[in-house]
Design a protein around this ligand. Structure first.
Ligand code: EAX
Length: 385
């Protein structure tokens, strides 16, 4: 309005000028058109300015506020993945979805968090796939010993058609797997003595996740696999209730198991997939654009988390080799690994029927082909993490 008035005055002035001297006529004509233009632009600007003012006055309130339960401390690659997901959701939805991440099992143990996701009292969480195998044993094949030797192969498999087929609701549980993250390659710690050959573990009480496939693998090498909840593990090791346990390096570090264990064997016997879960009914109730944002943010967070997981595995191996946390650290050579693989092979036979012989065959072919491609330098790893 103010500018409009100025323009009107300017026009009046220009008309006067025209009357006085024709030399200004061209300038006057030129000035006419922009006035209209300026007014038009001005009207648009006024509308936009009002909008901007309103935005400033009333910032967008999140339409959704979700709770994300995470196992480990903020530094752990899984919690970092959760935080990345939160950041991506904020970005992709312009703040319509706020994801609050609760680290350090603040929302409960893995089992409790999953129950929360099932009931909808927790919206999202991450936990080893083992935690859902009691509802649905489809994932058993992923728990087989020495299935994967390279993280890239695991990623390529999980991102490929066979892996993507496994995403979605776990049975009828109201728990949806939206992405495959990782605990990663599991390694053995013990207080009894160095473990290098399969014979070295005979008779040791080793805590395992309550996963029948994992337990079977340790029975094959004549250890005494003892199922126990993760939350009880530190105290059980400290009090000598059990001799050892097995977990990825990042978990051993995060839980300070090195304080109560003397020997570390970097064996990588199981590649442990972590499910990233959302309440199925929540996911299904979302408008399409928010659902798309969940899917997109999950992919971005997966890649981010995998990169950090790779980095953590390398960094922590160096750290444990250099520090004096463990009396001895043994990194198995490929030959030693092959002997463990051989010793645990019976687990494949024991679960072949339950997994489905044909399906297992298909999986093993695919995994072998991916390893081959990886070792030949032909596996495209550029988009995996
Ligand atoms: O998912 O129980 C375990 O040893 C797992 O590695 C842990 O729960 C993280």
């Amino acid at each position: 309005m103010f500018i409009g008035k100025s323009k009107a005055m300017l026009m009046f002035f220009m008309v006067l000028m025209l009357a006085v001297a024709m030399v200004f006529a061209a300038g006057c004509d030129d000035a006419d058109e922009p006035v209209e233009d300026v007014e038009e632009v001005d009207e648009v600007n006024e509308v936009e300015e009002v909008d901007e003012d309103e935005e400033e006055a009333a910032p967008v309130e999140p339409e959704y506020e979700w709770r994300f339960g995470a196992y480990f401390s903020t530094d752990h690659h899984l919690t970092q993945g959760a935080l990345k997901f939160a950041e991506e959701m904020d970005r992709l939805t312009d703040g319509r979805v706020l994801v609050d991440v609760y680290p350090d099992m603040q929302l409960g143990t893995g089992e409790e968090m999953l129950e929360g996701v099932q009931l909808g009292s927790i919206d999202l969480c991450e936990a080893t796939l083992t935690a859902v195998t009691e509802w649905d044993d489809t994932f058993f094949f992923l728990n087989l010993p020495f299935l994967f030797h390279e993280p890239e192969v695991a990623y390529a498999f999980l991102d490929g058609p066979m892996g993507r087929d496994l995403l979605g609701e776990v049975g009828d549980t109201n728990i949806r797997v939206i992405a495959f993250w990782e605990n990663g390659f599991r390694n053995i710690t013990s207080n009894i003595g160095p473990i290098v050959e399969p014979e070295d573990i005979v008779g040791q009480d080793i805590r395992l996740m309550p996963n029948p496939v994992h337990m079977d693998g340790f029975s094959q090498v004549n250890a005494n696999p003892t199922p126990m909840a993760f939350g009880e593990l530190f105290t059980a090791l400290q009090q000598g209730v059990i001799d050892g346990q097995e977990n990825p390096l990042a978990n051993i570090y995060d839980m300070s198991f090195h304080e109560v264990q003397d020997y570390l064997t970097v064996s990588g016997h199981y590649y442990d997939v972590t499910g990233f879960y959302i309440t199925e009914s929540l996911y299904q109730s979302l408008p399409g654009d928010i659902q798309d944002a969940v899917d997109e943010a999950a992919i971005a967070a997966t890649k981010y988390h995998r990169g950090l997981a790779r980095e953590a595995d390398e960094r922590l191996l160096d750290y444990y080799l250099e520090s004096d946390h463990f009396v001895e650290v043994n990194v198995l050579t490929p030959e030693q690994k092959a002997r463990w693989q051989e010793a645990m092979a019976g687990t494949y036979d024991n679960f072949r029927d339950q997994i489905g012989a044909d399906f297992l065959e298909e999986v093993l072919e695919e995994v072998e082909s991916l390893h081959q491609q990886f070792y030949d330098g032909e596996l495209d790893t550029s988009d995996l993490y």
